[in-house]
Design a protein. Structure first.
Length: 133
């Protein structure tokens, strides 16, 4: 576990700050480094840094023998006691504007999509009002 934390520290310091935030675990397995990130978008960005990462983990100051780096996508565990943020439902005026845009759209597919969105938002708004009363 300590070795994985050390290699994670090395990896995070070899990456730009905006990218290191999305690396949450590293595992060394048979001369391969597995780096875990939280989405495919960040995984593709990390792949551009493979050469830099190999240079960092092959440094003489670290005793790691790494020949390959693999990027994996995995959502980190959310503590059971943490509550997910409730999304804010738009105002009735905004929902009305979406309905108006649906009726004004010349594209029937767009109009149907906007009407479904307005209906769902309206249902969520009604449900949220019932919970607060």
């Amino acid at each position: 576990m300590e070795q994985h934390q050390r290699i994670l520290h090395v990896v995070k310091h070899a990456l730009p700050a905006f990218l290191s935030e999305h690396c949450f675990a590293c595992v060394i397995k048979e001369n391969e480094l597995l780096i875990y990130t939280d989405s495919s978008a960040w995984a593709s960005q990390l792949r551009f840094y493979r050469t830099d990462l190999l240079g960092a983990v092959r440094s003489p100051s670290y005793p790691f023998i790494i020949n390959h780096i693999h990027i994996r996508i995995s959502v980190p565990d959310v503590p059971r006691n943490s509550r997910l943020r409730n999304p804010r439902t738009p105002s009735r005026k905004t929902i009305g504007d979406i309905k108006a845009a649906a009726h004004a759209s010349p594209d029937p597919e767009m109009s149907d999509s906007l009407l479904r969105l307005a209906r769902r938002l309206s249902e969520n708004s009604d449900r949220n009002e019932g919970e607060t009363n």
